[in-house]
Design a protein around this ligand. Structure first.
Ligand code: SAM
Length: 274
């Protein structure tokens, strides 16, 4: 199918459902056929369990279904929910940010989504710090959010989401997209990232997120002050913090944005040893 015909399908389905793209639900439908193939084919999904957030009019869903019958859809738009249910799909009609991911246990699942932009950053954080049965993901982001997720230290883009996501996932860029690849065209550029869970990430939890958030308050001030207040809540002294920093070869005058994601892991584990 050419891009023009994917656009034709989208327009025909919108007319059939008697609806139009809902901005509040981030409905920018994917119409670039080669990107659709890249997303669906990135991981081997043949007969595997796939979860798709926001199937919309099915640009990805139809391709996924050619590979596996084990697909669960998560969608908020009522007309779209009925459309897929009538075709026999299992659809969770709820906000992807409120899903109980443990309900999908014990299987390994692959998450695929052209995410509505407004939920993408909080969703990646949730899926990183919760124990979920998802071990692979291919997700579409606003390019700037994808850059924050992959950012190296010492950049403006480096922050909480970079530290948390890079401790949990091995990340790869899959594709860059322009506004023309969607209908209607968004005002921003987009990027698709692939995530593969690291085998040694079982220690990551909401407590780690709380720690990283604490460290990034006043990101330009000395990290030491933040570590000392955190350590105090654990009954540890400033001297103990200085010893930990020295043992990890982290300079006492470092700022939050200077530390590698791995250094946050080491600090967190040391400060929570007792
Ligand atoms: N997968 C389709 C595609 O690629 O063309 C549609 C993607 S569109 C960017 C986002 C989809 O997510 C829409 O179908 C929208 O209704 C749905 N959606 C928006 N907010 C949601 C939420 N909080 N939870 C689940 N689905 C949501």
């Amino acid at each position: 199918m050419s891009e023009a015909s994917e656009l034709t399908v989208v327009k025909a389905l919108l007319a059939q459902l008697g609806t139009s793209p809902q901005k509040a639900l981030g409905q920018n439908f994917l119409i670039n056929e080669s990107v659709i193939a890249k997303i669906v084919e990135y991981f081997e999904i043949k007969n595997k369990k796939v979860i798709e957030i926001g199937p919309g009019l099915g640009a990805l869903t139809r391709k996924i279904s050619l590979q596996t019958p084990f697909t669960t859809l998560i969608e908020l738009d009522k007309k779209i929910i009925s459309f897929w249910q009538e075709k026999g799909y299992e659809v969770l009609g709820q906000d992807a940010l409120k899903v109980n991911w443990k309900g999908f246990l014990p299987d390994q699942n692959i998450l695929i989504s052209n995410l509505p932009y407004q939920i993408s950053a909080p969703l990646v954080i949730e899926l990183s710090v919760q124990k979920t049965p998802i071990d692979k993901m291919v997700l579409m982001f606003q390019k700037e959010v994808a850059q924050r997720i992959q950012s190296l230290p010492n950049r403006k883009s480096y922050g909480i989401i970079s530290v948390v996501a890079q401790n949990v996932w091995t990340l790869k860029k899959v594709a860059d997209l322009s506004a023309r690849d969607f209908y209607p065209s968004p005002k921003v550029e987009s990027r698709v990232l692939a995530f593969e869970a690291k085998s040694d990430s079982a220690w990551v939890s909401k407590k780690f997120l709380t720690f990283v958030k604490h460290c990034f308050q006043n990101r330009r001030k000395l990290l030491l002050n933040k570590l000392v207040t955190y350590a105090k809540s654990k009954g540890m002294s400033k001297d103990q913090v200085l010893l930990i920093l020295a043992s990890l070869k982290i300079p006492a005058n470092a700022r939050a944005e200077n530390l590698e994601p791995q250094a946050y892991k080491s600090l967190f584990l040391e400060l929570n040893k007792a």
